[in-house]
Design a protein. Sequence first.
Length: 268
Amino acid sequence: MAEARTDGRPLRSRDRREEILRLATESGLASVEQLAEWFGVTASTIRRDLARLSESGRLARTYGGAIAVPSWTELSLSQRDTEAHGAKRAIARWAAAQIEPGSSVLLDAGTTVALVARELPTDANLTVTTASIPVLGHVQGRDDITTHCLGGRLRAMSDAFVGPLTEAALDRMSFDAAFLGADGVTSDGGLCEAELEQTRLKELMARRASTVYVLVHAAKLNHRPFRSWARLDGPFTIVTDADADAEVVAEFRRAGRELVVVPRESSR
């Protein structure tokens, strides 16, 4: 570690947090014990510092410490399509199996939710509502599905509609279940997205559904790539895959989050 104090005096809280951020950025993982010894303060003080930095999105908490949050660039839908594909497929198949015949379901944007559309049961007499172009591609032409599209401004990066027109359409609708995607989800219940329009839309979608599922593969748990956040009013279930770290899963459950870990699919 680089020198944190040059005059022998303890740093003020704000300066100490800035120094913690610098050390985590330069050195990678920063442990509570190491930082407490370095700054000459208690472990509880360091934990409070890490909590403040985590809440601001500047650090990501880990078991025993924290790591710096890198600056992320949003990937297009096509770039994300092959990312963790096996995990996404397992999550999608589990999600599709939760849909009851005759249900009205809302499918959000995102690659995992698009896979749910591909896995929808046949002859189930479903009504599917979506703002996602890929979802529409999977359900078009199916005589057993009634399809509604939420129009609006087409957001190219997510290949889905957002904005006031999309939100207005939701006011006239309700759903048995909503399946939402996210760029990240935290144990305090926040859903991270690249833009504020996306976060508002997710909040409105969740309010219109009796049951809400958030579908995220393991790498998105406690992931904070962007600065826009959705806060869902009611209960929801996080669905992830078997690569999820056991301590991270335990953290979510200690926080009272309903979380399902979908088993790995057997190789064929």
